[in-house]
Each structure stands twice: as structure tokens, then as C-alpha cells.
Design a protein around this ligand. Structure first.
Ligand code: NAD
Length: 497
């Protein structure tokens, strides 16, 4: 891979939470690793009238967790420039253009530009059209737009936004971030699937009984109720992260590992997802809210008691569902998904549950499958990272009893020491012009259409949402959903307490 890349980053929302908590540390990591050296500069823009000196202090504060030498941090911070900028004011883009041209000369940036939208999505379209109309894009270098979620709140609004962006940027200049795709173990799905003949041979309906994806959070809504009330778990987690994980697990092998081929296969897969009728949505998808619950001697607030949440809010904090894929590889194999807040443990885990043997010769009744556990491939995404294959063996001793054992491959701290954080990885990929781990518009369109159908049924349904206790793994309806096909959720931290 090339090192010492040349680029100017223009960050819209340079004083915001995302910029300070994620982007500046990610850029510093790239700096320390030598991907960014002399030839980079950052213009942070936001409304506040900050000086460059104050901005440098903000950068230094955001690097507080790094053990690096102060002079290294200060040299890094000296590449940052602040521009007070109202994104709706055309005049401000002229000033921005002049500063960008000056820095381009000063740092020899080869007219390469990354425009990073790190502010409220309602401004994304405005910024992109001003970048076009005020001629910020350069003629010779690259111009790439990195855009944060949420990308729309349904298909229609996403389409309007995309139409706005594509008036200035081509599809291959737009890098839609889904930070899940920057996670080590999510990227590892490709290695497991397409790097192992053994798994490749059994990765289909003939051998796989069901697939389970859990994105569990232990925190509640925290201080994000304003946003969350308009979003809910379906839009916040299902439309993007869970759909992308389904895409990685279920797509066909791409012709190559290029962005174009990977995105094409994911799009094809999303188009193969079985659309549900309103009645099927009611039986195949479950929503719920965390309710007021006594935990460790005190009552913890339920979702409706949280600050800035409507007392009769119908916003779901939990979603579980069964997704079916109508193609030759997967027809009839349920993909069970669930995500929620205030669950038993913060953990993201994927379980590929294989079919059991046809007969059980170890039991008095050969048709009695109850004593045989299914083989399971578990992918630990976070906090632990690794994978494990659970197989049956013989229990040591007299008689003949089956017992489950694991072939486990856990990444330890030493192995993970070099693992870049998701933003660091994705920013570097955007710098290198590699869109493999970003979302193509066609993927996004298909995933919104699937999620919109569910939202429409739920919005029309005024029955009270079920609640689930804080610290559980969701409502009983989510358990019943999986049990209805004779399966069980493999990941159940409430059992191992
Ligand atoms: P924030 O509210 O902390 O920051 C918003 C920024 O926009 C501030 O710098 C503010 O000054 C600036 N701004 C607002 N109005 C402006 C205007 N008219 N002109 C110029 N600047 C203006 O928001 P955030 O949490 O940093 O989130 C930014 C984006 O990133 C959002 O799309 C969010 O959904 C997404 N995101 C954030 C996180 C996170 O961890 N914070 C995670 C994932 C996605």
C-alpha cells in the first residue's frame, strides 16, 4: 500500500462530537503510521467563531488518550485550520475555496480533496450543491465525499438526498459510511467465506439450518432521545448495520475483491430478499420497548421515562425479525436478526447454525434428535473478536454420550494491537479510492425499501408495544419467533449469568 498520501480534508461539522471523538483520533493514527505525513491539511468548519489556535487546542484535547510525544501531537495539530462557516451561505464557500487553494499550494496536496459531512443530515444536500455551484471541486486531483449515516429516513428521502449529491458527485466519488463495515470481524466474514474451501462447500441451504445476527447494546437511549424518537431501532440499526451484515453473510462470491464487484453482489442479494405482505410483517417482525425495571435494588427508568421521550412514545428500542432470501442458495433458510438497547450485555455476535445429522445412532430412538446439539460457527464481532466452531464429541467416560466442544480462535490483545479502529480504516480506504467497504446507492435503496414496508405496517398499528425488562434479551415474542421453526437463539447471556 502507498504511504504518505496527499489530501486536503474539509470537515463540515469540525466542532462536533463525531469529529472530536472519532475523526481527529483516526487521522492521528494515520499520521503516526505514516500514511499522512507532510502533504495533508484539514479545514474544520462549523458555525462557531473559533481561531486556529483554539482549534489546535480542541485537536490536542481529542488526542488526550494517546501516549505520543507532545511535539508530535503539536506538529500534527499544526496541519489543522478552522473556518467559521454557515453551510447555507454561498459567500462562505468562496472563502473556503480560497483557503483550500492556499493550503493546496502550501502543502502540495495535488488538488486531492476529501469532503467529510460530519453534521446534521439535513445539511448534506445543501453542502454538496454549494460545493458544486461554488466550484470547490478541483480539476486535477481526486474529489471524494464521505457521508455519515443516517442517509435519509426512508427510501423517498434517501432518493432525494442521493439526487442532490449526484448533481455534484459521481457515484464512485461518494463514500457512504457504515462503520460496521470497518470492523475487523465484519471484514473477516469475507475471509471465512471465500478463503476456506471447507466453509464455502457447506455455505448453503443444504447444510445451514438458520443464521442468527445479534447486535445487542446494554446502554439505554442516553442523551440521544431527540434523534432516537424519530428513528427507533429499525432505522437506527436494521436498515444499515444489520442489512450490511446480512449482505456480507449471504451474497454470492464476487468476481473480484473490488468495490464494484462486491457492491454488485450485495445489491443482487438485497434484491433477492423476500418482500413480505403486511400480514407476514406482523408475524415475522417483533418490536418492543425497554420498560421500567427493578435492577440491583433500584428501579431503572424505562424508555418512556427517559428525558425527552414522549410519555406515550411508540418508538421501538428493540427489533427482531426473520429475513428470508429467495435465491437458490438460501431459499427456506431463516436469517434471524435482533438488536436492542438495555439488553443483557453489549455484544455483537453472528451464529451460523448447521443442520443436524439425519439420524442419531447414539440414542435408543434413532429419530430422537434432542440429544444432538447443532454444529455452530460463531463469529464474535465485539467486544471479543474471533470465531469458534462448536462440534459434538464423545463425553469422556463410560457409556456413550455426546457433548459439545469448541474449536476456538480468539484474537488476543497482542494480535489486535495493530487493528485500526473502524474510522481509521475507512478513512484510509477512502484516501486510497477503495469503496469496497462503503455502501452503494443501489444497496441503500434496496435496504430502505425492505425496511419501509415494515415501518409502514408498524406506523399504522396503534396497539401498545410490548415491553421487555432491562437486562433481558428482549421480549418473549422474539424468543417465540425463533422457536416457531424449532430453533433457539444460540447467544443467550441471561442463561450463563
Ligand atoms: P454534533 O451536533 O455534535 O455536531 C454538529 C456540527 O455541525 C457542529 O460542528 C456544528 O457547529 C455544526 N453545524 C450545525 N449547524 C451548522 C450550520 N448551519 N453551518 C455550519 N455548521 C453547522 O453532531 P455529531 O454527533 O458530530 O454528528 C454528525 C453526523 O455524524 C450526524 O449525521 C450523525 O448522525 C453522524 N454520526 C455521529 C456519530 C457520533 O458518534 N457522534 C456516530 C455515527 C454517525
Amino acid at each position: 500500500m502507498r504511504t504518505d498520501l496527499a489530501a486536503l480534508f474539509i470537515i463540515f461539522g469540525g466542532s462536533g462530537d463525531l469529529a472530536q471523538r472519532k475523526l481527529y483520533p483516526a487521522l492521528f493514527n494515520l499520521y503516526q503510521k505514516g500514511y499522512l505525513k507532510e502533504h495533508f491539511a484539514v479545514i474544520g468548519t462549523a458555525r462557531r467563531p473559533w481561531s486556529d489556535e483554539h482549534y489546535h487546542e480542541i485537536i490536542m484535547t481529542s488526542l488526550a488518550g494517546f501516549e505520543a510525544d507532545e511535539t508530535v501531537k503539536k506538529t500534527f495539530a499544526s496541519h489543522f485550520y478552522y473556518q467559521s462557516h454557515d453551510v447555507t451561505d454561498a459567500q462562505h464557500y468562496e472563502t473556503l475555496k480560497q483557503l483550500a487553494a492556499k493550503l493546496d499550494d502550501q502543502y502540495q496536496l495535488q488538488q486531492n480533496r476529501i469532503y467529510y459531512m460530519a453534521m446534521s443530515p439535513r445539511f448534506f444536500g445543501t453542502i454538496a450543491s454549494h460545493l458544486g455551484s461554488e466550484a470547490l471541486l478541483t480539476a486535477d486531483g481526486f474529489n471524494r465525499l464521505i457521508i455519515e449515516k443516517p442517509f435519509g429516513r426512508d427510501y423517498d428521502s434517501a432518493k432525494i438526498l442521493n439526487d442532490e449529491l449526484t448533481q455534484t458527485f459521481e457515484e464512485d466519488q461518494i463514500y457512504r459510511i457504515d462503520h460496521y463495515l470497518g470492523k475487523e470481524m465484519i471484514q473477516n466474514i469475507m475471509a471465512l467465506r471465500f478463503g476456506n474451501g471447507l466453509l464455502g462447500a457447506v455455505w448453503n441451504k443444504q447444510f445451514i439450518d438458520n443464521v442468527q445476527i445479534t447486535l445487542a447494546e446494554s446502554v439505554g437511549v442516553e442523551d440521544r432521545a431527540g434523534y432516537y424518537e424519530t428513528s427507533g431501532a429499525l432505522r437506527d440499526m436494521m436498515q444499515n448495520h444489520i442489512m450490511q451484515v446480512i449482505g456480507m453473510l449471504a451474497m454470492e462470491m464476487p468476481v473480484s475483491f473490488s468495490a464494484e464487484d462486491v457492491q454488485r453482489e450485495k445489491t443482487r442479494l438485497f434484491k433477492s430478499i423476500q418482500p413480505y405482505t403486511p400480514a407476514e410483517i406482523k408475524t415475522n417482525f417483533v418490536r418492543a420497548q425497554y420498560g421500567e425495571t427493578p435492577v440491583e435494588g433500584q428501579t431503572q427508568p424505562g424508555y418512556r421515562q427517559e428525558t425527552n421521550v414522549a410519555p406515550a412514545s411508540q418508538t421501538e428500542t428493540f427489533v427482531a425479525g426473520k429475513v428470508l432470501i429467495d435465491n437458490e442458495r438460501w431459499c427456506g433458510v431463516p436469517f434471524y436478526v435482533r438488536t436492542g438497547k438495555r439488553l443483557a450485555r453489549k455484544e455483537t455476535q453472528i451464529n451460523i447454525v448447521f443442520k443436524k445429522t439425519g439420524v442419531n445412532i447414539f440414542a435408543p430412538d434413532k429419530n430422537d434428535q434432542s440429544a444432538v446439539a447443532p454444529d455452530v460457527l460463531t463469529i464474535f464481532v465485539e467486544p471479543e473478536q474471533g470465531f469458534a466452531l462448536t462440534l459434538n464429541g464423545k463425553k469422556v467416560g463410560q457409556g456413550f454420550e455426546l457433548v459439545s466442544g469448541q474449536l476456538a480462535y480468539q484474537y488476543n490483545q497482542q494480535m489486535l494491537a495493530d487493528s485500526p479502529e473502524a474510522y481509521e480504516r475507512l478513512i484510509l480506504e477512502a484516501l486510497n479510492g477503495d469503496g469496497t467497504n462503503f455502501t452503494h446507492w443501489r444497496e441503500l435503496a434496496a435496504s430502505w425499501q425492505f425496511v419501509d414496508a415494515i415501518r409502514k405496517v408498524w406506523d399504522a398499528d396503534q396497539t401498545a408495544l410490548p415491553t421487555y425488562p432491562i437486562g433481558s434479551m428482549g421480549p418473549k415474542e422474539a424468543t417465540e419467533l425463533v422457536q416457531s421453526t424449532g430453533a433457539e437463539w444460540i447467544f443467550d447471556p441471561t442463561q450463563s449469568k
